[in-house]
Each structure stands twice: as structure tokens, then as C-alpha cells.
Design a protein around this ligand. Structure first.
Ligand code: ADP
Ligand code: MG
Length: 560
């Protein structure tokens, strides 16, 4: 075989591969993601050319195959995509990566992770050198009269292009895995990486074979027989539900997909199918899970895809903070494959995506509320936390959620904010015209206070979830002429200052003496002793903490 061309790839720098290797090393498993997605792209491109009538040859079954040869220490990625001519190799493989070499060296210092380097410099293909001593391309272009071509590069600055050996259209990339990367020469390791990044790629990815049982006629007694056959092991589902139209999907489809993503989880409460194509492209399905006690464990469950290639489950900047407990998938080609932290924070599409998701979630909740109030109330225990968190943290969400957020009272009745206002405004307006909402954050300990409030026909709200402290503050800021008081924060009779103080059966002197006795016994600051009118239904003496001290104490307990 004659060498047709030898060349040197870089003029400005000695050798950029050590730099690439060094910077990419931390997440070197992405070489497989990059090479497999290039192969998938190549297959998609030939399909498109055929559809446009620009390719009239045999298309064949689209397939990408990954082959591990542990003995030879090679990993190969094969596709029946559009292939490349020798000219195209020079253009796409040599020039693209190396035209920017000097710029690369100039800028690599600022790069924060491998994705950023790949993204900025179009080095997806070159990530192969993170794990290889030598990389070989064998390729045959779809173009009429194209000759097979071969490209070999050992990670130095020189490459060789010569006549290749592929006899069918497409490309084979063979990596000769280096000594430090032998972990990738293990079947199960490759399978794990393929599953992580390629589970939903749009072209079938074959990795080895598997044995299945197939029907094989009947035995002498007429019972069905089976035989073992070897079939291709395809590691992916090519059309996951988020690529389909909601009209074509049943509840079961959504639940099955959820099980596929989170095998050991309980069924979700409901889901939202995302589908936008303007001003950005985004599809996906978000699920509301049943809330578990251990909230932290459930965070970061949303997976981000770009054209069905898994990118990351760090979606912090794309999904609003308060929705980080949701599960599911987001796919956006507008988020580049080689997405990086700093890119996400700066990107304006990402901000739009963020507010789109907020709006969609709000619309869905409003729809559930309108359609089936009872069902919605039943779900409130699980979704209330998200909704309150959203109302506390995002103004825009508050404005929508104020119509479907529910308040629950100690009698387990549920009201919207508007309904609640109407319910209590007559009886619970104080002499300054403020409507006073009374709440309990610990009904078992505050039972006697709740009872005395109820005796006065005051309603007591239940505010005992982890977010309720903040939620109360938000309500106080947002609701006009409304204040919230904790049921035990002052004597029940004074919660709403319109009542006459009950006449005490104790004389003033007697009251004073009793008060002094209690105050001596309680030495901590911030507690108030009050002598209440002694009618048989009242607690004669109450010890309360004033509201300011209580809030200080709560804050100290929350650690900030
Ligand atoms: P990107 O995929 O972002 O363009 P890469 O470095 O991954 O950057 O690939 C560079 C180019 O090499 C691709 O755009 C494509 O033209 C070509 N290429 C890479 N792999 C293949 C392949 N398997 N089949 C055909 N062309 C390929
Ligand atoms: Mg690529």
C-alpha cells in the first residue's frame, strides 16, 4: 500500500496533544460519546442526503457498531454513514482541529473542563487521543467514484493519508488504547459508558451479541419448543418518548419511561411534556415525583440531552432551582454537546429555557387545579413543597401560583389564598383593619392554643412544612393588609386586637404577685409571663416567647 501523503499538522506549536490529554484527562470516558455521536451524525447525514435525492445508492439498515478487542487492545467504532474522501479527511480532521492550534494554546489556560475545550475548538474527534497511542480512520465516501481512504496518526504532529481498505460505505475508527487507559478494554466498562451517554441515541448502537430464546416448532407432545440464537445486542432505544407527540402517547408509555429512567422509584404524580421550537428548540418530559423525606438525595435527577446524546445531570442553570426535585429528561439541540458550566451561565437561550420551564410547570398545575380540584387537593401533600418553594423564590411563579396554591387549616380543610381571605376576613380583622391569619407550626404541642382560638371561631392554619417559615414571610410581603401570627406567639385572646380583655377575677395585687413568682422561675430572656382573665375556659397563666425572639431563635436553629 503506497503512502499518498505525509503531512505535519501544526506549524505554530510543537505538539498540542500533551495539552489536550492533560486537560481532557479528568473525564476521558467522553471519547466514546464523541466518537459514537460522530458516527450517529454520519448515519443521519446519509439518510438526509437520500431523502433529498442527493444519494441514490443502497441505504441499508442504519447501524453504528462498537467492537472491543481486548487482546489487540483496540476499540473500534464503525458506522454505515456518509464516509469521507481523502480530501474531506484533510478538511474536517486535519484542518479543523489544527487551524486553531495557536489560538488553542493561547486560550487553553482559561478552559475549565474538557467539554469547554472540545466545544470551543471542535476537538471532539481528537478526544480519541486521550486514551490512544494511535488512531486509525478507514473510510469510504458515498460519493460516486470515491476511493477508500486511510488516515493514521500516533498523537504526534504528523499524520499519514493513504489508500484505505473499506469496501462498504462508512467509517471505521480504530483506537489503539494506551497503557494508562486499559480500564476501557473491559466489556462491562464500555457497556456502562455506552449506556450512560448512548441509551437514547437515534441510530441503533450494536455492542456485541446476546443469546435469546426463539420459538422452534413443537415437541412430540405438541408443546412449543424454543432454541437459543445469537442476536445483535443493541444498547439503545432509538425513539424515546420525548421525541414523540403527546397525542401518540398513553399514560402507560409515560410511566414505563419513568421506570426505565429510575428503575426502583414509585410512580410519579404527573408529568409535563415539553415541546417548543421557537425561539429555541426544546423537548422533554418532566415528572413530579412523590416527595420523600430525604430531599437532597433526589436532587439532580433531570438528565440533559442534546439530540438524544446524554450531556449531564447537572442542570442547575437550565432548570429553576425550585424545580430541581423534578425528574425526567430535557433535550435541546440549542445546548451544544460540549456544554460547560461557564457557557450555561452566560447563554441567553438557557435563561429563556429556564423561564419557559417555570411557565410550563405553572400552566400544568393550573390545569390540574381547574380540571379536578379534588384530585389536586389530594396531591397537594406532595406538590405543596415545590409550589411554596417556587412562590418564595421566584416572583413570576408567585404571580401564577397564587391562584392554585392551597392553604390547609388544622381541620384539614383546603383553601386558595382568595378563598381563605374571604373565609376569615369578617371575624379576624383587627382594630387597625389588618386581617390576621393565625397559624400553628406544631399542632401537637400547640393544641391547647388551637383550641382556645377555635373557641373564638378563629381559624388556625397548618404551617408545619420545612419551607413554611419562608412561605409565611412571603405571604406577609405579598398579601395586602394581612399579617400572620403564630397561635402561641401571644395570648390567644390578644392575637387579634379587637377583643375586650376579659375581666380578671384576681385583684391587681394578686396578679402582680403571681406574675412575679413565674418571672423568677423563668430566667431566660425573651419569655413573657401573662396573667389572663381567670374564667374556667382560659389558661390562667401563659408563658410565651415574643415574636421577635422566636424568629431569632428559629433563625439560629436554621443556622443562618
Ligand atoms: P464536530 O463533530 O463537532 O464537527 P469532531 O471533531 O467531532 O467535531 O469531528 C470533526 C468532523 O469530522 C465532523 O464534523 C465530520 O465532518 C468528520 N467526521 C468525524 N467522524 C466522522 C464519521 N464517523 N463519519 C464521517 N465524518 C466524520
Ligand atoms: Mg463530533
Amino acid at each position: 500500500m503506497s503512502i499518498e501523503e505525509k503531512g505535519s499538522i501544526s506549524i505554530h506549536t510543537e505538539n498540542i496533544f500533551p495539552i489536550i490529554k492533560k486537560f481532557l484527562y479528568s473525564d476521558n470516558e467522553i471519547f466514546l460519546r464523541e466518537l459514537v455521536s460522530n458516527a450517529v451524525d454520519a448515519v443521519q447525514k446519509i439518510k438526509r442526503l437520500a431523502a433529498l435525492g442527493q444519494y441514490n445508492g443502497e441505504l441499508g439498515e442504519p447501524l453504528v457498531e462498537v467492537i472491543l478487542d481486548a487482546e489487540k487492545k483496540t476499540i473500534s467504532i464503525l458506522d454505515n454513514g456518509l464516509g469521507m474522501t481523502a480530501e474531506e479527511i484533510k478538511k474536517y480532521i486535519n484542518q479543523v482541529a489544527f487551524s486553531g492550534a495557536s489560538e488553542f494554546v493561547e486560550k487553553f489556560k482559561d478552559a475549565k473542563d474538557a467539554n469547554e475545550i472540545i466545544g470551543k475548538f471542535g476537538l471532539g474527534f481528537y478526544s480519541a487521543f486521550m486514551v490512544s497511542d494511535l488512531v486509525e480512520i478507514q473510510t469510504l465516501s458515498y460519493q460516486d467514484g470515491a476511493e477508500p481512504a486511510k488516515w493514521v496518526c500516533d498523537g504526534s504532529t504528523s499524520y499519514e493519508i493513504s489508500e484505505g481498505n473499506r469496501t462498504t460505505r462508512g467509517t471505521t475508527i480504530t483506537l489503539h488504547v494506551n497503557a494508562e487507559s486499559e480500564e476501557f478494554l473491559v466489556q462491562s466498562k464500555l457497556e456502562e459508558i455506552l449506556d450512560k451517554y448512548g441509551k437514547f441515541l437515534p441510530v441503533p448502537i450494536k455492542f456485541g451479541t446476546k443469546t435469546v430464546q426463539e420459538p422452534d416448532g413443537e415437541d412430540e407432545e405438541g408443546k412449543p419448543k424454543t432454541k437459543s440464537v445469537e442476536v445483535d445486542k443493541i444498547i439503545n432505544t432509538t425513539n424515546p418518548i420525548w421525541t414523540k407527540s403527546p397525542a401518540d402517547l398513553s399514560d402507560e408509555d409515560y410511566l414505563d419511561f419513568y421506570k426505565q429512567l429510575y428503575p426502583f422509584s414509585e410512580d410519579p404524580l404527573f408529568w409535563i411534556h415539553l415541546n417548543v421550537d421557537y425561539p429555541f428548540n426544546l423537548t422533554g418530559v418532566l415528572y413530579f415525583p412523590k416527595v420523600k423525606n430525604d430531599l437532597d438525595l433526589q436532587r439532580n435527577k433531570i438528565k440533559l440531552y442534546s439530540r438524544q446524546v446524554f450531556i449531564t445531570d447537572e442542570v442547575k442553570d437550565i432548570v429553576p432551582e425550585f424545580l430541581m426535585l423534578l425528574h425526567g429528561v430535557i433535550d435541546s439541540p440549542d445546548i451544544p454537546l460540549n456544554v460547560s458550566r461557564s457557557f450555561l451561565q452566560a447563554d441567553s437561550n438557557v435563561k429563556k429555557i429556564n423561564s419557559y420551564i417555570t411557565k410550563k410547570v405553572a400552566d400544568k398545575l393550573q390545569e390540574l387545579f381547574n380540571k379536578d380540584r379534588k384530585g389536586y387537593e389530594e396531591k397537594w401533600g406532595d406538590i405543596g413543597l415545590f409550589v411554596k418553594y417556587g412562590m418564595v423564590s421566584e416572583e413570576k411563579f408567585y404571580d401564577k401560583a397564587k391562584d392554585f396554591a392551597l392553604l390547609t387549616n388544622t381541620k384539614n380543610e383546603q383553601f386558595t389564598l382568595g378563598e381563605y381571605h374571604d373565609k376569615v376576613k369578617d371575624n379576624q380583622t383587627d382594630k387597625n383593619g389588618q386581617v390576621v391569619y393565625i397559624y400553628s407550626n406544631d399542632p401537637s404541642k400547640q393544641d391547647s392554643f388551637i383550641q382556645s382560638a377555635n373557641k373564638k371561631d378563629y381559624d388556625v392554619l397548618l404551617m408545619n412544612s420545612p419551607i413554611d417559615n419562608h412561605f409565611i414571610n412571603t405571604l406577609e410581603q405579598k398579601l395586602e393588609k394581612t399579617s400572620l401570627k403564630r397561635v402561641d406567639s401571644s395570648v390567644a385572646s390578644k392575637l387579634i386586637e379587637k377583643d375586650e380583655l376579659l375581666e380578671s377575677v384576681l385583684s391587681e395585687d394578686q396578679s402582680k404577685t403571681v406574675k412575679e413568682v413565674f418571672e423568677k422561675a423563668i430566667t431566660k430572656p425573651g419569655f413573657n409571663v401573662e396573667i389572663v382573665g381567670l374564667n374556667p375556659e382560659e389558661l390562667p397563666v401563659t408563658v410565651t416567647m415574643d415574636e421577635f425572639m422566636r424568629r431569632m431563635k428559629d433563625m439560629a436553629q436554621m443556622g443562618g
